[in-house]
Every structure is written in C-alpha cells, then in structure tokens.
Ligand binder design. Structure first.
Ligand code: HCA
Ligand code: CU
Length: 350
C-alpha cells in the first residue's frame, strides 16, 4: 500500500513547464517579456527546474538565449531545460542556446516510429547518439516516453534501459492523454522503481481530473520529480497545477514545502491568468474570488463561532490569497454584515 511517507522520502523537486506545456494552452501566447516574468516568478518561488520549448524554432531559440542571460545575471539557481525531440538538430540548438539540460521526448508508438522512417533498432541508435551528444556538452539529460500508459511496455523498457546505461539524469513517464488512474500509476511506477535506480520524473495530464492525485500516487510509489504548470495550463485540459502540488506537499510536510516560497503562488497564477485573458479556474486555491470564499450559513456560522480554521484547509495568507465572507444571500442563514465585520476585525482577510 502506498502512503504519504513514501512521498516525503522520494520527492526531490519540481520541474515547472508553464513555458513549454503551458504555452500549448489554447489561450497562451507568450512573448519574450512573459517568458522573463514567468521565469522570474518561478525562480522566486524556488522552483528547481523551468522547462522551456524547443529552441529548434529560431524565435524560440532567441527567447531561450535571453532567459539564459537573465538567469546568469541574476545568478538564479533555477535551471533551464529545453524540451526537445529525439533529433540531433534539436540538441544542437539547445547546446547553442546555453540551457542547463535537455528533456528528450521519445515515443514507443510503433506507428509513429514507422512514420519517422525508423526501424525500432534505428530509433534506439539515434537516441544513443543524441544522448551522447547532449552529455558530451555537459547537459543534464532526461529521456521520457510519451503516452507511457498506452504504448508497448517492452519498447518503453528498451528506451529506458538504453538511457540508464548512458547515465541520463532522469527517466520521464508521461500520461499524455490524461486518463491513467492513481492505482495504475502506482503499479507502473513501482515496476519501474524495482528495475531502475535512476530518478523518475512524472508528467500527468488532467483530462479526467487525476493530474494531482496521480502525481502524489507516483511520488508515493517511487517517483522523484513532478512536472507542473502555473494554473495547470497545457494542451487540452492541462497538467498538474503548481499551486495544487505545493499545498499538498505543505499539508503532508511543512518542512518539504518550506523549500518553496508559497506566498508568491497566488500572484504567479493570477499573473498567468491575466496574460492568457482568463479567470483563475474556480477549482484552484489561488482563485481570489473562490479559493477562500465562504457563503453557506453553516460555514459562516462555524467560522464566526470557532475561527477560520474550521472550514479552511490552510490560512489564505500561506499562499498569498485572502478570504471573503459572503452574506445577504438566501443560503447565508442568519449571519449578518455586522458579524462579518467583527470577524474580519478579529481574524483579518488572510
Ligand atoms: C505533448 C508532449 C508531452 C511530453 C511530456 C514529456 C506529453 O503531448 O505535448 O516530455 O515527457 O504530455 O506527452 O507534454
Ligand atoms: Cu504534456
């Protein structure tokens, strides 16, 4: 049975992909300034790695170079990883851009490999060349298998086997279509953990709403690194939201969470919402309108009589958010404006 202790033992850090996966969100059109701002916010939060897009596209390569420059001027310890395909030209552009590492995305899908005009063995030998190239330029290297839960497991194992022989830094497991369930994640991660001692990075899409639980299940079962994005934005319904992962870590172990500057997360996610011209989704704890809005009579009454801890999982100030007590509705019971003002005098908005 997996449990929270596993999470605390296995967790090594966060790889935020707002600037790569998040850029694939339908409403995201990030400029260079957005890149600089988002990198800065993530670095201030203390995120371990920031993943950026593929520098093989010239304009993106230029943005990445500007980020690399800012990073070195600010002596930021948040490393930059370029997301690349299993292609020599992509790795060469990543080396030229000066990033700290490459996240190489592989496929084990026989149709896609055939479409690329490779036999499986040729695909593996091109991967070997590309890993060697990255490592010879001192790039941190991760190799992942997309659509991990639906593609032939034997060939995924061949990819991972080769990558570990060549001493990559991490293996990536990606639920590209977002429908894996936590117990399937547990089973597969345990299997990999028994076989490989290298760090495991996980990437969960949220199509069926499991991106947060799957990340926690994976950590508990032996994974070490989690991919996130601000607001959870990404392709389709996106991936694990950074805020959700952070508050879960906090609730499991305040010491682990103390590595990160949690009060900045509301600002960071609201900034990204503004840039994408959307509201922060109502189901995110960084939503200013909803994260800590109390409306029903039972809730208002409990808060007023016992204090905010009754119906708040964490104090809003912990993540830089604020509470609101909404009265004068048919569902707000007997709580009055005066009660709210007295409550706010005692406990404040956060
Ligand atoms: C995508 C690719 C990816 C890659 C994740 C990874 C996925 O579909 O855009 O690098 O492991 O979800 O498979 O984001
Ligand atoms: Cu993805």
């Amino acid at each position: 049975m997996i449990n929270s202790e596993g999470i605390l033992k296995n967790f090594k850090g966060i790889i935020d992909s707002t600037l790569r996966e998040g850029w694939q969100f339908s409403n995201a059109n990030f400029t260079l300034q957005h890149h600089l701002d988002i990198y800065q916010l993530l670095a201030e939060i203390g995120i371990d790695y920031v993943e950026v897009s593929n520098p093989v596209k010239e304009e993106i390569g230029e943005m990445i170079k500007a980020l690399v420059k800012t990073k070195s001027q600010n002596t930021s310890s948040t490393k930059l990883l370029a997301h690349v395909r299993n292609r020599r030209e992509d790795i060469e552009k990543a080396i030229e851009a000066g990033v700290d590492g490459v996240n190489i995305l592989c496929t084990a899908d026989p149709e896609r490999i055939a479409f690329l005009k490779f036999k499986p063995a040729e695909y593996l030998s091109s991967l070997e060349e590309n890993i060697r190239l990255a490592k010879s330029s001192c790039l941190e290297t991760r190799v992942s298998a997309e659509d991990f839960f639906n593609q032939p497991f034997d060939f995924i194992l061949d990819i991972y086997q080769l990558a570990t022989q060549l001493q990559v830094n991490r293996l990536g497991i990606s639920d590209t279509v977002g429908k894996a369930l936590p117990w399937q994640v547990e089973e597969k991660i345990k299997k990999l953990r028994r076989r490989f001692s290298v760090d495991l990075e996980v990437h969960f899409h949220n199509d069926f709403g499991h991106s947060i639980s799957n990340a926690l299940a994976a950590l508990a079962a032996g994974a070490n690194w989690v991919d996130t994005s601000l607001l959870g934005i990404g392709e389709r319904t996106g991936i694990t939201p950074l805020s959700a992962l952070l508050v879960n870590l906090y609730s499991l172990d305040q010491e682990i969470a103390s590595r990160y500057n949690l009060p900045l997360i509301t600002r960071a996610e609201n900034y990204v919402a503004e840039v994408c011209h959307i509201e922060v989704p109502i189901n995110l704890i960084t939503s200013i309108n909803n994260g800590f809005a109390h409306k029903a009579g039972i809730h208002l009454n409990a808060l007023i009589n016992f204090g905010p801890h009754k119906y708040e999982p964490i104090p809003p100030s912990l993540i830089g958010n604020r509470r609101q007590l909404i009265v004068n509705s048919l569902v707000s019971g007997r709580t009055t404006e005066k009660d709210v003002n007295e409550f706010l005098k005692r406990f404040g908005e956060s």
